[in-house]
Write a protein that binds this ligand. Structure first.
Ligand code: NAD
Length: 314
């Protein structure tokens, strides 16, 4: 059954409906970019439990859905950007139910989940939607943060070998689409990457602390490390020592950036994924203790994760 052709035999355009669920820091920007680039004839259904968020995406083709179910029954392509696995499970149960109740479970719908969640939830959701003929579920988490979401420069890590259906949608919101392999491969890539980030953030902060204690000028040290073998994203872009990088969160008292709680969440997800794969991550437990302590500290919790540099001074 071909559901993606753009015209009936009469030549009349076939309207295509898109849905976006989860309009938070990331999703709102992504939905705004999608809205701006859709064909005028395509509708964009929005849903968030926070109703006010739906008012922030404007356009003649925008529909504020009454609930998740309406998005499921009305839209051929649905994108979700939710906080955690439990939200994804709840939303997809509701979507599936609505599609089945509307008798539209012919397997033609496309669901793209860009949330950072556990691999099992992602795989189980894909399997359930496939078995119930509700549609195809593809994991496509992102890197690039809120700035990338705003500028449509996100990198999508996609759990599919075939990008033909997702590309025309995701390229409205991102600059790089990477096919990572089978279902679950996108979320696996995201968790493996963020495990490295969790460690390199702490290691970079310690390295700058060491340089400081050894009496080095940290601006000089920053130049050295960023042209030497220690260079990484945390040293170059997210430089933790205040005064060494005017564009890093450390230059603005660690405001904005990638929050401590999000980093801690992703680290725990990576640890769980490793356990399920019988892999002992040697550095994870200590890193996890550090992020737990940062999260428990009200001065650090709302800040960018590079605040760990300042916390080390205590
Ligand atoms: P957020 O908390 O700002 O937004 C989540 C949104 O989902 C909120 O608006 C919330 O109201 C909505 N929501 C929750 N439950 C819902 C439900 N049942 N139905 C409808 N809406 C519901 O989170 P965020 O920062 O936008 O992150 C979203 C996901 O992207 C997370 O998994 C996060 O780990 C990942 N991520 C975030 C960043 C970042 O820098 N913020 C970067 C990469 C990936």
């Amino acid at each position: 059954m071909l559901t993606f052709k753009r015209a009936f035999s009469s030549g009349r355009p076939l309207l295509k409906n898109y849905g976006f669920i989860g309009l938070g820091r990331m999703g709102l920007n992504m939905a705004q970019n999608l809205q701006a680039k859709l064909d005028a004839s395509d509708k964009l259904y929005l849903y968030d439990v926070n109703e006010a968020a739906m008012d922030l995406v404007e356009g003649p083709n925008v529909v504020k859905a009454k609930n998740v179910g309406e998005v499921g029954s009305e839209c051929e392509n649905v994108i979700t950007m939710l906080p955690e696995g439990k939200h994804v499970r709840a939303v997809y149960d509701e979507l599936s139910q609505a599609v089945k109740t509307a008798g539209k479970n012919d397997g033609s719908k496309l669901f793209i989940d860009s949330s950072t969640i556990d691999v099992q939830t992602s795989l189980n959701t894909a399997r359930k939607l496939r078995e119930e003929n509700v549609g195809m579920f593809i994991d496509a988490p992102v890197s690039g943060g809120v700035v990338g979401a705003k500028n449509a420069t996100l990198c999508f890590m996609i759990g599919s070998n075939d990008l033909s259906r997702v590309k025309p949608i995701l390229e409205h919101m991102g600059a790089k689409l990477v096919s990572c392999g089978e279902p679950g491969a996108g979320i696996s890539a995201k968790l493996a990457n963020n495990y490295l980030l969790a460690l390199s953030n702490i290691a970079t902060a310690e390295s700058f602390q060491l340089a400081r204690k050894l009496g080095l000028d940290l601006n000089v040290y920053s130049q050295i490390v960023n042209t030497s073998s220690g260079r990484c994203w945390s040293s170059e872009v997210n430089t933790p020592a205040p005064g060494t990088n005017p564009n890093a969160p450390s230059a603005r008292d660690y405001e904005g950036g990638f929050g401590v709680a999000l980093m801690n969440k992703d680290l725990k997800l990576a640890q769980d994924a490793a356990k399920l794969s019988n892999l002992n991550l040697l550095l994870a437990d200590r890193a996890s203790e550090i992020y737990d302590q940062l999260e428990a500290d009200p001065n650090c919790k709302p800040k960018d994760m590079s605040v760990v540099y300042q916390w080390m001074d205590k």
